[in-house]
Every structure is written in structure tokens, then in C-alpha cells.
Design a protein around this ligand. Sequence first.
Ligand code: MIC
Length: 649
Amino acid sequence: MARNLAHKLIEAHLVDGSMTPGEAVTLKIDQTLTQDATGTMVMLEFEALGLPQVKTELSAQYVDHNMIQADFKNADDHLFLRSACRKWGIWFSRPGNGISHAVHMSCFGIPGKTLLGADSHTCAAGSLGMLAMGAGGLQVALAMAGLPFSLTMPEIIGVEVTGKLPPWVSAKDVILEMLRRYDVKGGVNKIFEYYGPGLDNLTAMDRHVIANMGQEMGATASVFPADEAVRAFLQQQGRAADFVALQADAGADYDAREKLDLSQLEPLIACPSSPGNVVPVREVAGKPIYQSYIGSSANPGLRDFVIPAKMVSGREIPEEISFDINPSSRQLLEEISRSGDLNTLLQAGARLHQTGCNGCIGMGQAPASGRISLRTVPRNFPGRSGTREDQVYLCSPETATASALTGKITDPREMDMDYPEYTEPEALPDMRPLLLAPRDFSKEVPVEIALEKGPNIQPLPEFEPLPDQLSGPVLLKAGDNVSTDEILPAGTEILPLRSNIPAISHYTFSRIDETFYQRAKDLGGDSFVIGGENYGQGSSREHAAIAPRYLGVRAVIAVSMARIHRRNLINFGVVPLLFKQPEDLARLGQGDELVFTALPEQLQNGDVVSVQLADGKSLELRHNLSGEEVATVIAGGLINKVRTEKLGN
Ligand code: MIC
């Protein structure tokens, strides 16, 4: 049978299970990626597993999120991560090297390999013909220990790409078009596989942009073939030897098909406050802006900086506009300094920020109250920029720059110039010498390396197994599409607390209800949270599961859930339950007392779980958990389960 590329990649790594959509499969993981904001947890989890070294082909740890060192906390984290890398044989990318996804693609991406990352945008590496997925930190720690990764076998959607992008339309508009069609949950349990003649007109970095924001549709992964564009990229990085040609068989089968004619696209923009809120730029043109932001893992390519430079060359950004340049990697910064493009940007009035994730995750660059910020970043969830009631729009570098020049949202096709020419340089500076390479256990006499734990590194909390009877109030009833940014926000105040669960738990649900923490503390017992559709979309941060659990939340009942967050809940012993039909949502309100009887037994005995409501009636829910997932929640989480299995009791 003619096979698609996603199936080939899965089959080559299949440890267990059948490739039927909806079935559980486990896959061998070749590489892992961690970044500082989620990585400290991963390293604490890996420590709990007690292994002397990682067992992957390659594991890499980046420092790109917590870069503002307002006090000791972030610096403590950086030193801790460096010591963990030295101890266990992990590549360490120091602060200033750049955003994990861009650096990983340049230094380590290899077609045909699996990559699991403690960051939801790990999927960007699908641009190189990898099967790359984001996951909760604990699953990444287990993959580092050599254990296979379990997931629900997704459907494979074949996206046939034809045509060529018109001038002023670029890769960001391609993924915004996909988001316009699929919205923020249309990709759940799906892999988007792109193929067809139109791909000849998209570079590997263009594909990175598209694959990165596949996460915003809720997709498990996005896959591109490893073709000439990938060969050219690896060659440019001095890694031609890592190229392996990979593509779907001719006439391959897909679970569903989609068509994308690049020549029909126009500049698009995602309006506040959802990446799925997409309209043509011309429909919102003319609104005055405060800020225009270039950079992030969603637009990290050289062309995403060089084209803006050519657009502003010899012009001036109005003085009331903040035109923020956020280099994605040291390689890129070196190159734009060498080429003079950086100077051009600065002379036009741009503000240069340090290499990293920066304002994308609310680490600085928060916009002024009530004012519009245009960003090339992947997400605009409410308040994520650091400003309450923010007005963040997501768009291409072309749209962001044209708007910076006019001071209002502007369709870049209105520019009084030809679309700038851009050709990729043949070679780019090698970044690997600036990464700390892992120790070679086969050559070295093993020396004990101590983990450097400053006061910001607190131990993981211990959670008890699921009791027989669970009762308590609904402590919060949230709406649809609640993102992990709303469950446990990031930003300058909160992000530095990622290694300290008791401290970070104070901010649980603070974007939705500032009283949540105090109410949970006053209750001092078990409670429940209710959600609508797509509960937990967005980031992979497992803190959005650990902190509620730490405060006593024992189950989340929702209409549907995002893939990574659902698994994070399971990993920390929070039972993810689903309403049988959306109408049932109305039967539960905040403050209602719920009683689950013989819950472990109910979970083991089929898909239905019954809960006793305050009015004496009962409501039937579904759990949709695999056997392994049921065992994990019953154990009180994955750490307990793995420990019990290891000790054999
Ligand atoms: C994000 O875009 O929210 C991040 C930064 O990539 C996160 C990681 C985090 O929360 O630390 C993600 O998506 O996993």
C-alpha cells in the first residue's frame, strides 16, 4: 500500500500498538528538547528516576525563556540546568544562543528522527521531515530515560500544496489560513502532512513557521518531506551529511485531505485574543497601533528580519511606535550584524532586544493599556503579553513592518515599493561550538557531578494515590478554549517561579478568578474544576496541572480537552473527565458539591463514570482513558506509578 510520510515515521519508531486512529501507540524517541521554563521540572523529574545518564541519541537543553534576571531566581535555574546537563550527558545551550526551536533545527534536526520536547512548539521541527511533538515535562524526562512515548494514534490529514505565494504574502499567512479553516481545536489528534508541488516554493524555514503554529490548531504534529529545500538548509548549516531524503509514496492514502493553493492567499491576521480569530488584514486595516514585534519561534528565519530591514531602509518608524526586534538566535544576530541589516533596522528607529523568547511569553515588552500590538509570535491568548485586556494581533513580518511604518494596521501590499528580493546565504555561522557538548561516558572515567540547586529550586511535591471516594465542591467553572496561560500564567513575575510549585501555585487561575488560590486554601480539601471545549489549549507547561493538583483539584470535567494538557493532568493524578454531551455542562455550577464513589473501580470498569450531584441526582460522564492512563491516575500520577513498578510493589 502507498504510505504517507507520517505513517512511515511512526512505523519506523513503533514500539507498541496499532496505527489505527484513536488507538494507543508507543514510539521510540530519538531526541529530546527542553527549555528553561519547563526544563527545571524535567531535570527534577529525571533526578527522581535515579539514572546515571540520558539514554536518547541526543538530548538538548536550551535557556531562552527566563532571561530577565531581576533577582537570583532565573540565574539559579540556569546554573541548575547547566549542572544537570554536565551530569547526565545533555547538550547545554547557554543564555543568548537563542530560541530552542530555531537553534535545535540549525544544530541537531535530522530527517526521519523523532523529537519530543517539553515545549508545545517542538512540532516546528516537522519542517525537516522529523516527527516532532510537544509533551509535558514528565514524559520528556521518561523519554530521556529511554522509555517510549505513548500517545493516541492521530488521523493523518494530507494537505496538498500547489502554487506560489504572491508578493507580500509569506509562510505566516499560510498557517493563518489553516487556522482560519481549522480554528484552535480543529487539529486535535491530527497530524497535518504537507505535500505537493507548491512545497518547492517554501524553504525549510518557511515550513518551520507553518509547522510551529500547527500547535495552535491543537495538532499532534505537522510533517513535511525531507526534499531539496531540507538538503539546502542542512548544507547551509554545514550539516549536509545529516540529510536523508524522505517523502510519502506516490498516491499515498490519508485519513482526510485538504488543498492549499498558495497563489490564492492574501495577508491575514489573527485578531484578539485567539490564534484562530483570523481575518484578511484589509478588514482591520487603519486601526492605530502601539507596537510591532518581530521575532519568536513562530517567525525565527533570517528572511523574517531581512525583509523588514529592506522595508524600513531609508525610512523612519513614527516616534510613538515601538518597533521591537527580537533576534531568534545568535547565528541570526551575527548574520544581520554582518550584512548590515541590523543597522538598517536600528537607523529606522527599531528597539533591539536580547536573543530569546522575550515578550512572546510576557517576559517584557508588554504593550500599553488598551493599545494594539502586532506580533509575529504564535499566540495571543488573553493577557499573555503581560497587559490585562491586551489587544494582540498575530501577523507576518511583512504586515508587522508595514504597520510599524504607517502607525496603523496596514496591508503590506499597500507599500510604495516592490516586494524585497531575498536569497538565502550559502552558509551561516556554526552555532555548535557555543553549546556545551555532553560528556562522553564511554571515554571518561565517571566523576560524580553535583546538581547546583539554589534556593529557587524546590523539590517536587508528592501526591497520594486516588482514594476510593472523592468529594468536594466545584471550585471554578470556566468557559471554552481556556488556555494554560489562563490556568497558570507566565510573565516576568510568575515565570521565575517555575521551579517552585508552592510559590507558583499562588497564581493558579489568577487570570480568570483572582480569588481561586485563597478559596482553595480556605477549603483545604479536595475540589473540582469544570471547563468547556478544548480545555487546556496552548502551552505544554505541566505547572498548569501540578499547581491545581497541589491546591487540591482532583478532577477536571470538560466538554473536550487539548492533547498535551489532558496528559499532564493524568501525569499528576488529576482525573480528566468528559461530559457525555455538551448540554450536560449546564447541570454543574460553581459551588456544587460532587461525590464520586468507588472512582478507581469505575475507571477500571469501562468508559462511564457516575457522579452524585447535590440535588441527589447523578450524572454520567466519560473518561476515555487507556489502560495505562487509568493505572497512572489511580497511582496518583506517573512518578508514583513508575516508582511502584520499579520497586515491584
Ligand atoms: C509558549 O509558547 O507558551 C511556550 C513558551 O512555548 C510554552 C512553554 C512554557 O509554557 O514554558 C509551550 O508552549 O510549551
